[in-house]
Design a binder for this molecule. Structure first.
Ligand code: FAD
Length: 487
């Protein structure tokens, strides 16, 4: 064989090698139907797309303190006179009808988003309808950043406090620990200030209280400096995760943000992991720019749905990107300001559903061993597993992190069929059983597949929580599907 011939074969091989992944990504794009089914007039839904419900009225609140107080008082009076329930909605990224009550009034809080920063004490006062992305943009101008928030910035502050979300900020408890106080409109229309000193019982109940105790209006949050952070990562065997976490994260005071990821392709399923972390460095901190297009990243992510090839490709590309991005420097706000459109599902016949389990460090490896066969057998497609460390939460009444835990976040793609709904219910029950066996808990903002008895095994404080609901809201004015399911 002559050299020219070999060269041609080589070029052809490279073209084929490169064109398979490109073709896969393009095929993903072509197979998306892009259909968004509009919500009929008089109905509402949440991000799951599985909660289409007829409601009485959807009320948009104003972005003005005086006006909102008058409007909400009138709505409360009207609801009582007409025997209507009130549910409260932020960005509606909870997935079990937590923002919905059939034939009730829905308060859409998103417009209520004014902000003010106390630069001396580093306290942000923010309307509960503001999204984290609004808050980050505002704080960025002052060189400040949100202390604790979820991994995306597309959620409302009120909705995040009401589920007591947590994020990838290193070794911190959930959002509760960054809340100094908030004003709350109670069921009788009174506005009270809640903090660890004022109305402490309500303070603890409302944080992680799923909108059952009143309407959160203005929140005071502790904020931190916006700093420059350098990326680094370690590829490791999940069995070594906890040891590496201690050595490379906990013991390093300058690490600020951190998350882990488990490999989910059938090849090496849960046998490889990455630990990704961002370390504080002395460098200029650029201001937030417009969010960059994430179209290509999204397609690689979507291409992993229901495709073993896509899952392997995504893992390999992510490993490649990790290598290329090592030592890159970002501002903290830029890293926190991720939009959920990055993973958006544009196929209307399926939906992406999250679940999260909080497992004490001592059972980390055993938990992975236990869930492996369950996840291998399920017919629901697993898209992602992320791991975060969450410190014990002593602020919210219905707390899920009752000691220091690792949060395992699962993202599934479920077909909108009865069969897959049933499959998901079985899967969720098995995963909750494993979490319980390993001293863990499950996260409440997602689908309502766990019955009230099993819920109480995870949340022994639930009976008292629901009794206290009746103490503060005896007529059950504030209601939603979460409350109806678990009470
Ligand atoms: C893609 C995705 C990623 C996620 N990542 C994370 C994560 O990293 N960490 C995490 O902890 N969670 C995460 N979640 C869950 C998320 O934190 C919750 O769904 C959260 O509720 C979203 O905020 P929201 O504004 O959409 O709240 P909504 O869904 O609108 O509301 C949630 C609850 O808060 C109540 N509520 C809303 N506003 C008010 C108010 N002003 N007063 C009183 N009650 C109110 C509602 O009644 C409801 O019960 C994620 C969810 C999705 C879909």
């Amino acid at each position: 064989m002559n050299k020219k011939y070999l060269l041609k074969i080589g070029i052809l091989a490279v073209i084929i090698f490169l064109s398979i992944p490109i073709f896969h990504v393009l095929k993903t794009k072509w197979s998306e139907d892009g259909i968004t089914i509009p919500i009929p007039e008089g109905y509402t839904n949440d991000v799951s797309g599985l909660n289409l419900t007829k409601v009485d009225t959807i009320i948009e609140v104003p972005n003005n303190k005086k006006e909102i107080e008058i409007q909400l008082k009138n709505i409360l009076k009207y609801a009582k006179e007409n025997d209507l329930k009130i549910s409260i909605a932020g960005a509606k990224h909870s997935m079990g009808g937590h923002t919905i009550y059939p034939n009730g009034i829905v308060l859409n809080m998103l417009a209520y988003k004014q902000m003010e920063l106390d630069t001396i004490n580093n306290v942000l006062t923010v309307g509960s309808g503001a999204l984290w992305e609004d808050a980050l943009r505002y704080l960025d101008k002052y060189g400040k950043s949100i202390s604790i928030m979820q991994a995306f910035s597309s959620f409302s502050v009120g909705g995040s406090i009401s589920v007591n979300g947590h994020g990838w900020q290193k070794d911190l408890p959930p959002i509760s620990s960054s809340v100094l106080s908030f004003t709350l409109m109670t069921a009788n229309g009174e506005i009270i200030n809640c903090s660890r000193e004022d109305h402490p019982e309500l303070f603890h109940l409302v944080i992680g209280g799923y909108g059952l105790f009143g309407i959160i209006l203005d929140i005071q949050l502790k904020v931190v400096a916006n700093i420059a952070l350098k990326y680094n990562y370690i590829q490791l065997n999940p069995r070594d995760y906890v040891d590496y976490y201690k050595k490379y994260i906990t013991e390093k005071p300058n690490i600020n943000l951190v998350f882990g990821r488990l490999r989910i392709s059938e090849k090496h399923f849960l046998e490889e992991a990455t630990l990704n972390f961002f370390e504080k460095v002395e460098a200029p901190v650029p201001h937030l720019k417009k969010q960059k297009s994430t179209a290509a990243q999204r397609l690689v992510f979507r291409g992993s749905a229901n495709s073993e090839y896509g899952k392997r490709l995504r893992w390999d590309l992510e490993m490649g990107m990790n290598k290329v991005s090592r030592n890159d420097i970002y501002s903290r706000n830029e890293l926190l300001n991720g939009h959920v459109s990055l993973i958006e599902n544009k196929d209307h016949s399926s939906t992406d559903l999250l679940q999260e389990y909080f497992i004490p460090e001592r059972n980390f490896n055993r938990y992975i061993e236990h869930i492996k066969p369950i996840l291998e057998k399920t017919k629901v497609d697993l898209l992602n597993i992320t791991i975060r460390g969450v410190k014990g939460d002593h602020d919210s009444y219905l707390n899920y992190a009752r000691e220091d835990v690792f949060g395992f976040v699962f993202l599934f793609n479920q077909k909108k069929t009865d069969e897959q709904e049933e499959e998901m219910k079985n899967l969720t029950n098995k995963l909750v059983d494993e979490a319980l066996k390993n001293g863990g808990t499950f996260y409440l903002p997602y689908r309502l597949h766990i019955d009230r008895n099993k819920m109480r095994k995870s949340y022994p404080q639930a009976d008292n929580f629901f009794q206290l609901k009746l103490k503060y809201d005896p007529t059950e004015l504030f209601d939603n599907k979460f409350y109806e399911h678990y009470k």
